[in-house]
Design a protein around this ligand. Structure first.
Ligand SMILES: Nc1nc2c(c(=O)[nH]1)N[C@H]1C(S)=C(S)[C@@H](COP(=O)(O)O)O[C@H]1N2
Ligand SMILES: [Mo]
Length: 357
């Protein structure tokens, strides 16, 4: 099988949002299981698949700059975590007025088992300078890009670069991975082969794919993907960077608009948050704010979505189901999408319609 066939096979089951560069949502089944099979995991890429030379440069304000290969990363102590990744633009399609950007419905979210070296270990070997403040993380991908600034109309050729605070990047407990395996297999091209960052709890933009350079820097990074895009531009509040995933629940059963027989039915779903475990999920059937408590399963790990369920006495007719999650920090989903200019972080309560016969 050629590389191209393998890529095509991996794309076949997804719901395409954009052909080139390839962007696609997970199908409904991608959210039903504890981990999403790789072929059902959503894909979000800002540029065409890049050529990656197989090395990772670790440089900048460090005592020991060095270059690592995949073999070098595999030789470091490995960590493995099941991590839910959600695109910050997930749910953009439900915002009014519709912001620019990929029109994601609600399926730019998936969960996979990632294995790799810890970013903290790699940075420790480089010995960052005392005045380092951030780590600049560069992907191998680049291309023409429409800059977010209203005054910069020209399309420039830019590279995908993000930064992380040095304290966050160097904290072994943050479990930030330079991942080379996804669901027990070498990383696929669409997911950042040969290795990528996985930043648990953060919107997935932080998880730089096709990682090619890490540079410790002594001033905050202000690139397009850090300060132009992936920032909340609120109508009534100062600009904020996109960071942790906001609390959110999805209904997986019944599938939206499907028909079910009258009687006992177990409504099921997933819920996740970047700021703590899910503590409550409430179900509403009336459209009003009467939230009946669902059973929330304890987390199977610190970085992954949780299952919840609700035993429903389904009576004939058309029903609107809503599920609303609360996390351990006390965050609750809003009922109305929190509108911002570029359409990030829509964690509003969703409505699923179901016909009971
Ligand atoms: N190098 C690079 N890394 C990237 C991106 C990108 O365009 N280039 N997209 C980011 C965004 S916005 C998301 S949502 C995730 C998607 O990861 P996935 O395609 O494996 O689901 O990758 C992130 N890492
Ligand atoms: Mo994203």
């Amino acid at each position: 099988m050629t590389v191209t066939d393998a890529i095509a096979r991996n794309r076949a089951a997804l719901t395409m949002i954009k052909e080139d560069p390839f962007n696609a949502e997970a199908p409904h089944d991608g959210l039903r299981t504890d981990t999403t099979p790789t072929q059902l995991h959503y894909v979000r890429s800002n540029f065409a698949l890049p050529h990656h030379d197989g090395t990772l440069q670790v440089a900048g304000a460090v005592a020991t700059p060095h270059t690592l290969t995949l073999g070098d990363l595999r030789a470091l102590p490995a960590a493995e975590h099941v991590v839910t990744l959600e695109c910050a633009g997930n749910g953009r399609l439900d915002m009014r007025p519709l912001p620019t950007g990929e029109p994601w419905g609600g399926y730019a979210v998936s969960t996979a088992r990632w294995k790799g070296a810890r970013l903290a270990d790699v940075l420790a070997r480089a010995d960052p300078a005392g005045d380092g403040v951030e780590v600049r993380c560069q992907g191998a991908d680049h291309g023409k890009y429409h800059l977010s600034s209203l005054f910069e109309k020209d399309d420039a050729d830019i590279t995908f670069v993000r930064s992380l605070a040095l304290a966050h990047a160097s904290d072994p407990a943050a479990e930030i991975l330079i991942a080379y395996e996804m669901n027990g297999e070498p990383l696929e091209a669409d997911h950042g082969a040969p290795f990528r960052l996985i930043v648990p709890h953060w919107y997935a933009v932080a998880s730089v794919k096709w990682l090619s350079r890490l540079d410790v820097i002594t001033k905050p990074f202000a690139g397009e993907f850090q300060t132009g895009h992936y920032v909340y531009q609120w109508p009534d509040k100062p600009v904020e960077p996109v960071t942790l995933m906001r609390v959110r629940a999805r209904i997986t059963d019944p599938a939206d608009a499907c028909c079910i027989p009258a009687g006992r039915y177990t409504i099921r779903g997933k819920a996740w948050s970047g700021s703590g475990a899910i503590t409550q999920v409430g179900l509403s059937f009336t459209g009003a704010s009467e939230w009946n408590p669902a059973v929330v399963e304890p987390p199977n790990g610190p970085f992954q979505w949780q299952d919840w369920s609700y035993e429903w006495d389904a009576t004939p007719g058309r029903h609107s189901l809503r599920a609303r999650a609360t996390d351990a920090s006390g965050n609750i989903q809003p009922e109305v999408p929190p509108w911002n200019r570029l359409g990030y972080g829509n964690n509003a309560v969703e409505v699923a319609y179901v016909e009971v016969r």
